[in-house]
Design a protein around this ligand. Structure first.
Ligand code: 4AD
Ligand code: MG
Length: 438
């Protein structure tokens, strides 16, 4: 049996559905997606990584074991089917396989997931639920989105480097740090690889890291994870204006590629490709002050000096069909490494990119402080211990240059591009305040 299912030539369901095998004999292996036996025919819907196809197993046309295997298979049993392909408008996808041979690979046990199960149950069964058509489509789309991000950065001449995940100090403030015992010393799971990306710019100028970031987020929202994938480009000799232009072009590139090349995935997920086609640079820019005034005028409970939350971000982007930038946040509510705007004292040269349709912040970026004295002042103002940042401060001692960068949350981007209700479906195994299993 093992040889039969491993060696030799097999067909992929997508090729059958594309009409490439019409009238031909095929051999496919996969999992039972659905099955129904009536009279002397068993209809098996089979799934592989590329799609689903119906197989008709007629008692009279196959050997005894084939019919028995087909009719005894459970949902999600693994199975091998041989047969010939014919066009059939009644079958899902328009093609059907008239089986000549069926063999169970592993029957297993009855599948625990049936219809109408609760969200919590499906999350407990995530290791099995990841086979569902919906999650499979999302993971394919996520793969493509990450692929196009990398492709864009490659074309722009960026180098990808690997940052450490275990770190000695905070990047985004102490409140959301996961602490761990590192052979008797305090260490943390990284909140952001930015500070290390800044190191890499001094060797390779245009760099990015793509790694998990960790946030001990006590919040239960549809857009917070405790572990998420973070794409962080960092560029030497870039100011904030160039930084924002790069972000616009990158998001436009990915949106256009997804709309052009993956309309099938988008439509399957109920997302109109037109929404992504509308994403063209440049994006609208407003300052933090304008944003607060506007949100307050629409009834949001926010005052100057407070950070924007999900409600304000939704109000701000209500009329937009593509992302917007909010610039110049007050220095006091932003991270220590952001450079002050010489033209707007008290504010920093930063921007958050907010996605439309209520999805909110997907990118945070800024021009970095590159002057030694300014950095030391900000470290003190933020009550940070300079000892913890000695290596980072060194970058301002030895050949410092103006530089900028940003961080994009991949799951936030996927959530927006696919218009998902909840961020947890943008990652295979979500880690949230109340979930670390499976
Ligand atoms: O705005 P943040 O905290 O910025 C930074 O970490 C910078 N050091 C990035 C940089 O400049 N290199 O996070 C950046 C992005 C956010 O815009 C959001 O997309 C995502 O990371 N993010 C989260 N995604 C999911 N769950 C969370 N808890 C997230 N926190 C931030
Ligand atoms: Mg942010």
């Amino acid at each position: 049996m093992e040889e039969q299912i491993i060696e030799g030539r097999f067909d992929k369901i997508a090729e059958i559905l594309a009409g490439k095998c019409s009238g031909k004999a095929v051999k496919i292996r996969g999992w039972v997606y659905r099955s129904r036996t009536s009279g002397g025919v068993c209809f098996l819907v089979l799934r592989d990584a590329t799609g689903i196809v119906q197989c008709a197993v007629k008692k009279d046309s196959v050997d005894g074991q084939s019919f028995q295997d087909a009719s005894e298979a459970y949902l999600e049993s693994s199975i091998l089917v041989e047969g010939s392909v014919r066009q059939d408008s009644r079958a899902p996808g328009g093609y059907e396989i008239a089986a000549t041979k069926v063999r169970l690979i592993a029957k297993g046990e009855p599948f625990p997931i049936a219809k109408d199960q609760s969200t919590e149950f499906l999350l407990d069964m995530r290791h099995l639920w990841l086979r569902s058509q919906k999650l499979t489509a999302i993971m394919k789309a996520r793969h493509k989105i990450v692929y196009y991000l990398r492709e864009f950065l490659e074309k722009e001449g960026f180098w990808e480097l690997a940052p450490p995940i275990i770190t000695g100090a905070a990047c985004e403030g102490g409140a959301t740090l996961f602490e761990l015992n590192y052979f008797g010393q305090k260490a943390y799971l990284t909140q952001s690889s930015q500070l290390y990306a800044e190191v890499f710019t001094t060797a390779l100028e245009k760099v990015y890291v793509f790694a998990p970031s960790f946030r001990a987020e006590p919040s239960r929202t549809v857009r917070h994870l405790c572990e998420y994938w973070h794409l962080e480009p960092e560029m030497a000799f870039y100011n904030q204006k160039m930084n924002m232009e790069l972000q616009e072009r990158m998001i436009e590139y990915v949106a256009q590629k997804m709309a052009q090349n993956h309309a099938d995935l988008l439509l399957f997920l109920g997302r109109s490709p037109e929404k992504l086609k509308a994403v063209r640079a440049p994006f609208r820019k407003i300052t933090y002050h304008e944003a607060v005034e506007f949100a307050a005028s629409k009834g949001a409970n926010i005052k100057v000096g407070q950070d924007l939350g999900a409600d304000e971000e939704a109000i701000l982007t209500q009329e937009d069909e593509k992302p917007i930038f909010v610039t110049n946040f007050p220095s006091k509510i932003k991270a220590f490494y952001m450079r002050e705007d010489p033209k707007n004292p008290g504010t920093v040269l930063n921007a958050d990119m907010l996605a439309p349709e209520g999805h909110g912040e997907i990118i945070g970026g800024s021009e970095r402080i590159w002057d030694y004295d300014e950095l030391m002042r900000k470290i003190k103002e933020n009550n940070l211990n300079p000892k913890d940042y000695e290596w980072y401060i060194d970058l301002r001692r030895y050949g410092s240059v103006p530089h900028s960068g940003f961080g994009l949350g991949i799951e936030r981007l996927v959530k927006w591009m696919l218009n998902l209700d909840h961020i947890r479906d943008a990652i295979p195994f979500p880690r949230t305040i109340n979930r670390g299993y499976p």
